[in-house]
Design a protein around this ligand. Structure first.
Ligand code: MF3
Ligand code: CO
Length: 253
């Protein structure tokens, strides 16, 4: 969770963040082209790291609090922070990939859930609704709204479909640090109140994590991987978003 003050980015900072964000976006596009049945998540990690470094950027996650890889790759019931390894992608998997890149002192952060082979309608729906949750939230990414408007929008859309909204992990401010203030929950909660008021120059990563079943999650003994408590699938969708005096700017899309 991110403490400290919210940093306001100027136009030059936002340009730098756009450059970092573009690399993240391109990496995700590359991975979505490459991901296929039989491939290991380690191979995807290698492709991502090579691409990010080829652009003169650094993979933000590598070494972050000891994290050993460049991307997070979370299949099916895994929610987030899956560590790439020897797992071979199977027909019908959904694969959440999270990518971060640092360039010229600023980070970009985004995630997509990919469909591997022939995926069930039920899982496809989860992935699509999770993406929609982000865009529901984006409507409130304008100066004058509050952080809680974002979470309320995500929660309303997800719960309307009977899905669970993960509460243990949340979005965040982003800039020179990957995790900055403010916290950006995907739900509205009295404990969080209305949250900060959005102002131009704020940059936040909005990242709905939506479960087909219960919102409850557990952490595996590897110290990273988060899974759903009931073993049902989960999807993730994230972009880095700059607040302006008009429409929000998507830095990773
Ligand atoms: N991208 C994740 C987030 O949005 C962070 C990944 S944790 C790491 O907060 F250790 F893998 F970096
Ligand atoms: Co993030």
């Amino acid at each position: 969770m991110s403490s400290g003050r919210i940093t306001i980015k100027n136009a030059a900072d936002i340009e730098k963040m756009k450059a970092a964000g573009s690399i993240v976006k391109e990496t995700l596009e590359l991975l979505s082209e490459k991901a296929a049945v039989g491939m290991t998540t380690d191979e995807l990690d290698r492709i991502a790291e090579d691409y990010i470094r080829s652009k003169g950027a650094y993979p933000s996650f590598l070494g972050y609090m000891g994290y050993p890889k460049s991307i997070c790759a979370s299949v099916n019931q895994q929610v987030v922070h899956g560590i790439p390894g020897k797992y071979k992608l199977c027909d019908g998997d959904i694969l959440s990939i999270d990518v971060g890149a640092k360039l010229n002192g600023f980070h970009g952060d985004a995630a997509r859930t990919l469909l591997i082979g022939k995926v069930s309608e039920e899982k496809k729906k989860l992935v699509e609704v999770t993406r929609e949750c982000f865009f529901e939230a984006l409507q409130f990414c304008k100066a004058g709204y509050h952080i809680s408007d974002i979470g309320a929008a995500v929660q309303k859309h997800a719960e309307a479909h009977g899905y669970g909204v993960v509460r243990d992990l949340i979005g965040h401010g982003i800039g020179r640090d990957m995790h900055e203030a403010p916290d950006v929950p995907n739900f509205a909660d009295r404990r969080f109140g209305r949250g900060a008021r959005l102002v131009p120059g704020m940059v936040i990563a909005i990242e709905p994590m939506i479960n087909m079943g219960t919102w409850e999650v557990v952490q595996l003994s590897d110290g990273w991987t988060i899974e759903t408590r009931d073993g049902k699938p989960s999807a993730h969708y994230e972009n880095t978003v700059a607040i302006t005096d008009g429409e929000p700017v998507l830095l990773t899309l």
